[in-house]
Design a protein around this ligand. Structure first.
Ligand code: ASP
Ligand code: MG
Length: 417
């Protein structure tokens, strides 16, 4: 069985959905499970709905209407027949969403976020499944929340692997075409949870692991994993083959082409991962598999924008030692702030962090009681794997370097543009 993941960009309009069908007709689709994201930028649009909801803004209805219009436009182009049952299903999903918004009593932002944002994936897969059926491709639409079980950490849920394994083993027909949602799961009370932004790749890996799939393919609008993000670097080149280890490193430092959580389950069962172009499905793309000899021969550049460089020093000239450091890390963990670089001296400690859940202010207040705190907002973290002199000069050019760190394989720079 194969697992295919199609992200938001692949289904951003009617043409995109038609192209997904074309990809399947080109590469085959029996014994396949498709994991599909919300269409285009729907998740961002639903985040606006959530914001307006919590701010009690009178733009709430307008933002919701925008999400509806976008989907009905795609429906009209794909079906051109308002009697088709897809309209009935999509109407129902929007009605459920509106009912939730009207009747919700929970003040818990993260909980409400997951209940609302999940409609993006539910509706996109409903549309794709009906469209495929209308084109003669029989398929099973699966509600992923009946398969991927998680804890109650809304917006960053942790998978309950045992229950998930059991449900997938029992409930997924391996000899069919299955269509399900990425990014979503459900907690023990069956409330919707999400696995973190861009988490659909991870969903594909969860299914692949539990199904002992033969491979996972992530279909992208780029030809595969490139050695640099073409938005920030010229002359990006394709990496044909890389090891799990290299892919994990690249993803961890911010190469957005693969979600970092995706690789670990695949690596455990040595399930190969392909990253391919949905524009040219016959091209080989990148393959990620086992092998120490799959080190890229070129430097790989990764950029993470919008980072924070936080420096702490002791108030009384005492050393920052293991005890302080463990306390600092416990707080970072508690506030769900991710650390991507660490540097320390006797009395100061600097970290480059990403504040995904806007918890930095709260953390700062606590840290200020014990340390002198200084920080730079909006810095960039550049990571160069397999660096050489030319590579580091290229990145340092025109920038103020705040921190530079070199290890055997990796050069990292925190910069202000
Ligand atoms: N739709 C979700 C997001 O945009 C999940 C995904 O695309 O992977 O974050
Ligand atoms: Mg997306």
């Amino acid at each position: 069985m194969k697992v295919y993941k199609f992200g938001g960009a692949s289904v951003k309009d009617a043409k995109g959905v038609q192209n997904v069908l074309h990809v399947l007709q080109t590469v085959g689709y029996t014994d396949t499970l498709l994991v599909i994201s919300a269409m285009g930028k729907t998740t961002n649009a639903l985040e606006m709905v959530i914001k307006h909801y919590f701010e009690k803004s009178n733009e709430l209805n307008a933002s919701l209407l925008e999400v509806k219009k976008y989907h009905y436009q795609i429906l009209d182009e794909l079906f051109n027949n308002e009697e088709h049952e897809v309209y009935f299903d999509v109407n129902n999903h929007f009605a459920d969403l509106e009912y939730f918004i009207r009747s919700n009593k929970s003040p818990n932002y993260n909980f409400v976020y997951d209940q609302i944002v999940s409609y993006g994936e539910i509706i996109s897969t409903t549309i794709v499944s009906h469209y495929f059926k209308a084109q003669g491709l029989t398929n099973n639409w699966l509600d992923v929340r009946n398969f991927v079980k998680t804890d109650t950490t809304y917006r960053d849920a942790v998978v309950d692997w045992n229950t998930t394994q059991e449900l997938i083993t029992k409930g997924v027909n391996r000899n069919a075409l299955n269509i399900t949602q990425g990014f979503l799961g459900s907690d023990p009370n069956s409330f919707t949870t999400t696995l973190g932004r861009e988490g659909s790749d991870y969903t594909a890996a969860i299914f692949a692991y539990c199904l002992d799939a033969e491979s996972v393919t992530i279909w992208k609008d780029v030809p595969g994993v490139l050695n640099a993000d073409p938005r920030y670097f010229e002359n990006a080149t394709l990496l044909h083959q890389i090891s799990y280890r290299e892919a994990i490193e690249l993803a961890f430092y911010g190469a957005t082409v693969i979600h970092p959580k995706t690789l670990q389950p695949l690596q455990k069962k040595e399930i190969p991962l392909y990253v391919k172009s949905f524009v040219n499905p016959m091209l080989a793309g990148t393959s990620v598999s086992k092998g120490a000899d799959l080190e890229p021969q070129t430097s790989c550049f990764i950029v993470k924008k919008n980072q924070l460089l936080l420096s702490l020093s002791s108030l009384d000239f005492s050393f920052i030692m293991e005890e302080n450091i463990s306390e600092i890390f416990a707080l970072l963990h508690q506030f769900k702030i991710k650390v991507s670089l660490i540097q320390n001296t006797a009395i100061s400690f600097s970290i480059c962090i990403e504040d995904k859940f806007t918890n930095f202010e709260a953390l700062k207040t606590i840290l200020s009681q014990k340390f002198s705190v200084s920080y730079n907002e909006n810095v960039s973290l550049y990571t160069i794997r397999h660096f050489d002199k030319a590579a580091s000069e290229l990145v340092e050019k025109d920038k103020t370097v705040l921190v530079k760190q070199i290890s055997r394989e990796t050069l990292q720079l925190v910069t202000k543009e």
